[in-house]
Design a protein around this ligand. Structure first.
Ligand code: FES
Length: 320
């Protein structure tokens, strides 16, 4: 999702709003300039947080708007503290540094029909896509899975759209409902474009269900890589520039070990999907666990996503 070198902007936080249980939205406005860079539906921005943390969030407002960016953040009990910081610390009026919008989850605006399947906070890029399709007068349907109604952010707002009974279907775990993705895919008219954003199991199911479709009709964005992070440890990292050797203990990722030693590394998703923590490999063999590098890049062993990947050699020399 993220590009470490994307243009940076200063913005002001002008509104924080509770959107659902543990989900708050944040509205940012430009400082000193009248308009923000344009963005496409599905785009995200990176927020630069204290302690060198960077977090990527989808923009959920109408891509037509240039006066504001709106994101939503779900508090993650098991996260690395970025979401807790966002829920506890910022105040209206605070300045933030963000990246200009980037889009790794683009909407096909020419599609005759679009079906969105999302779970939990995965609704955020889809809200912006639906706003865009409404402007275009295009056909779409949404299947939104949530644990219970109080956690289904934006469900009420989407239900106010015209013909929402036919277009918005809420699948609540509390009612025992489950999205039958295979059936949705097989029942949709030919040429439909399918989009999925949600937890790992949902995205895996979606990919399997869409396996027979032309891949240009299949679009997804993950919160987490398909594999578990490497936390087996038992190898050393060597920083090429200083020669410093850092052991990676069991239970830790490479990123944990680097941060524990005060090494300045950028990271965002901590899940192997955004690309922020990409680090050059000078020597050794990474155990790749991310969904960001291509198969060719993984085979080349010249880069590693330190937030989630490990090493299958005893030592990994990093370009740090
Ligand atoms: S921090 Fe996102 S891939 Fe590592």
């Amino acid at each position: 999702m993220s590009q470490p070198n994307a243009e940076r902007l200063d913005v002001r936080l002008v509104q924080i709003r509770l959107e659902a249980d543990d989900v708050a939205s944040y509205e940012f406005r430009p400082i000193d300039v009248p308009m923000l860079p344009a963005f496409e539906a599905g785009a995200h921005i990176d927020l630069h947080l204290p302690e060198n943390r960077v977090r990527s969030y989808s923009l959920l407002n109408d891509p037509h708007e240039r006066h504001r960016y709106v994101i939503a953040v779900q508090r993650e009990a098991s996260g690395r503290g970025g979401s807790a910081w966002m829920h506890n610390t910022p105040r209206v009026g605070d300045r933030f540094t963000i990246s200009a919008p980037l889009n790794d989850f683009p909407l096909n605006e020419q599609a005759k029909n679009s079906v969105f399947i999302c779970g939990g906070i995965g609704i955020t890029p889809v809200v912006s896509m639906i706003r865009r399709l409404e402007r275009l007068g295009a056909k779409w349907q949404l299947h939104f899975a949530a644990r219970h109604r109080a956690r289904a952010a934006y469900a009420e707002e989407l239900a106010l759209l015209p013909e929402s009974d036919n277009r918005v279907k809420l699948h609540l775990e509390s009612d025992g409902a489950r999205v039958d993705i295979r059936r949705l895919v097989s029942d949709a008219p030919a040429g439909t474009h399918f989009y999925c954003c949600g937890p790992r199991g949902m995205v895996d199911d979606f990919i399997a269900s869409c396996a027979d479709l032309p891949q240009e009709q299949v679009h997804f964005e993950r919160f987490a890589a398909a594999s578990d992070s490497a936390t087996e440890g038992g190898f050393d990292i060597v920083l090429q520039k200083s020669g410093k050797r850092i052991p990676v203990q069991p239970g830790k990722t490479i990123l944990d070990a680097l941060l524990d030693q005060g090494v300045d590394v950028q990271y965002a998703c901590c899940a192997g999907v955004c690309g922020t923590c990409r680090t050059g490999v000078v020597d050794g063999v990474p155990d790749h666990r991310d969904d960001f590098l291509t198969d060719e890049e993984k085979a080349g062993n010249t880069a590693v996503m330190v937030c989630c990947s490990g090493a299958s050699s005893k030592t990994l020399v990093l370009d740090l």
